[in-house]
Design a protein around this ligand. Structure first.
Ligand SMILES: Cc1cc2nc3c(=O)[nH]c(=O)nc-3n(C[C@H](O)[C@H](O)[C@H](O)COP(=O)(O)O)c2cc1C
Length: 378
C-alpha cells in the first residue's frame, strides 16, 4: 500500500459551500475558478471548445467562473495570440459560454484586460499598432511603446466602460478588472513602470488615478447592482518580488479610493495565499485588503497545491508538487473571515470536478497537476 500524502478534510469544508450574495444573483458556494489565459480562440472569437472548457468547471461545482483575460476594444489592448476578445463578433461566442455556465448553475464574469506596455507591434488583430503604457519604452534605439497621452487615457477608460456595459448586455453576472501582474492598470500603480510627471504619476494617489477613473467610468455604464471585481497583486509577470505597496498603509491608499469609486469585491492575487503580506505582521494580502476596505475579498494562490518553488515560473508544472495539499489552513483562514471567497486556478485545470470532490471529502481522487494538463489547458 502506498503512503498517501492527502490529509483528511475537516468538517469545516462546508464553509466553502455557503451561498454568497453577488449583485442581484447568489453564488451557490465560495469557490471561483481563477482567470487563466488559454490561447485557444483563433481570430479572437471563443468557439465551442471554450464553451465546453468553462461548462466543465461549472458542472464540476465551481460557484463563480472568472474567464481568462479578454482584451477590451482598444487597439493597443492585446498582447498575445489567440486570446478571446471582448467586442464585436466575439461577444456572440461569449454569450454561448455564459448560457452554458448558467445552465450548470454557476455565475460568470469576464476578466477585462489591457496589456499596456507588454504589447509589441505585430500583434493581432492590429499589427501596426504599437504598445502604449504609462512610460515610453525604447529598445535598440527604437520606441516600441509610447507613453500614453491624456487622450489615450481617456480612450482606454472609455473602452473599459464599453466592455463592462457589453458584459452586462451579454448576460454576464459582473466583471473583473485585470489590475494585476504587470498589465496596464498595474503599470500605473507600480512606481517602476510609471515615471510620469502629470496627474497619473508620482504620488500613490496619482498612480491610482487611472484605475479610479476607469472604475468610475464603468460604474456609470452598468447597473448599480452589477458587481465590479478588481484584481490586484504585488507580483508582476516580470518580477515576483515587486511591490505596489510597501506596507498596509500604502495598500489602503490604493484600495480605499478604488472602493469609493465603486469596486464591490477585491481579488488579492498572490502565489501563496497564506504568506504574510508585509513584514512584521502575519496578515495575508487578502485579509489585509478586507480589513482596509471592508469589502468582500477573494483569496488565491496555491490552494490545494503542494508548496511551490520560490522562483520558478508559475506557468510551468515543475514548480509544484503534484500532491494535493491540506485544505485545513485555507479553511481556518476562511473561518477567521480573512476572506470571503477563494479562487482555484491550477487545481481546477487539473480537475474540473474540484469543487464537487472537495465537498464530498474525496480529495484523494483529485487529479494531480501534470505537465500535460499545463500544456493542454483543456
Ligand atoms: C495557465 C495560466 C494562465 C493564467 N492566466 C491568467 C490571466 O489571464 N489573468 C490573471 O489574472 N491571472 C492568470 N493566471 C494566474 C491565475 O489566475 C492564478 O492567480 C494563479 O495560477 C495562482 O492560483 P493557483 O495556484 O490556484 O493556480 C494564470 C495562471 C495560469 C497557470
Amino acid at each position: 500500500m502506498s503512503v498517501t500524502r492527502v490529509p483528511e478534510v475537516s468538517a469545516d469544508v462546508e464553509l466553502l459551500y455557503r451561498p454568497f450574495t453577488f449583485g442581484r444573483a447568489t453564488l451557490r458556494n465560495r469557490i471561483a475558478m481563477a482567470p487563466m489565459t488559454r490561447n485557444h480562440s483563433p481570430g479572437g472569437v471563443p468557439g465551442e471548445d471554450v464553451v465546453r472548457y468553462y461548462a466543465r468547471r461549472a458542472r464540476g461545482g465551481a460557484g463563480l467562473v472568472i474567464t481568462e483575460g479578454t482584451p477590451i476594444d482598444h487597439p493597443g489592448a492585446n498582447g498575445y495570440r489567440n486570446v478571446p476578445a471582448f467586442y464585436g463578433k466575439a461577444l456572440a461566442g461569449w454569450k454561448r459560454v455564459v448560457d452554458a455556465v448558467h445552465g450548470e448553475g454557476a455565475l460568470i464574469v469576464p476578466q477585462l484586460w489591457h496589456v499596456g506596455s507588454v504589447r509589441r507591434a505585430g500583434m493581432e488583430p492590429f499589427p501596426d499598432v504599437r504598445g502604449m503604457g504609462p512610460d515610453a519604452i525604447v529598445e535598440g534605439g527604437e520606441t516600441v511603446v509610447s507613453a500614453m497621452t491624456q487622450q489615450d487615457i481617456h480612450d482606454v477608460v472609455a473602452s473599459y466602460a464599453r466592455a463592462a456595459r457589453a458584459a452586462e448586455e451579454t448576460g454576464f453576472d459582473g466583471i473583473e478588472i485585470h489590475g494585476a501582474h504587470g498589465y496596464l492598470p498595474d503599470q500605473f500603480l507600480w512606481e517602476h513602470s510609471n515615471h510620469r510627471t502629470d496627474g497619473y504619476g508620482g504620488s500613490l494617489e496619482n498612480r491610482t488615478r487611472f484605475s479610479v477613473e476607469m472604475v468610475r467610468a464603468i460604474r456609470r455604464q452598468v447597473s448599480a447592482d452589477f458587481p465590479v471585481i478588481f484584481r490586484f497583486s504585488q507580483w508582476k509577470m516580470s518580477d515576483y518580488k515587486a511591490q505596489i505597496a510597501a506596507d498596509a498603509d500604502e495598500l489602503g491608499r490604493i484600495l480605499r479610493p478604488l472602493a469609493a469609486a465603486g469596486v464591490d469585491v477585491f481579488h488579492a492575487s498572490t502565489r501563496r495565499f497564506w504568506e504574510p503580506a508585509f513584514e512584521g505582521s502575519t496578515e495575508s494580502l487578502a485579509a489585509c485588503a478586507r480589513r482596509l476596505t471592508g469589502k468582500p475579498v477573494i483569496a488565491v494562490g496555491s490552494i490545494g497545491l503542494a508548496q511551490q518553488h520560490e522562483t520558478r515560473k508559475l506557468r510551468t508544472r515543475d514548480n509544484v508538487g503534484s500532491e494535493v495539499a491540506d485544505l485545513g489552513p485555507m479553511l481556518a483562514a476562511m473561518a477567521r473571515e480573512d476572506f470571503d471567497l477563494v479562487a482555484v486556478g491550477r487545481g481546477m485545470l487539473a480537475d474540473a470536478e474540484w469543487a464537487h470532490k472537495v465537498r464530498g471529502g474525496d480529495t484523494a481522487s483529485l487529479n494531480a497537476l501534470t505537465e500535460d494538463v499545463m500544456q493542454a489547458l483543456i
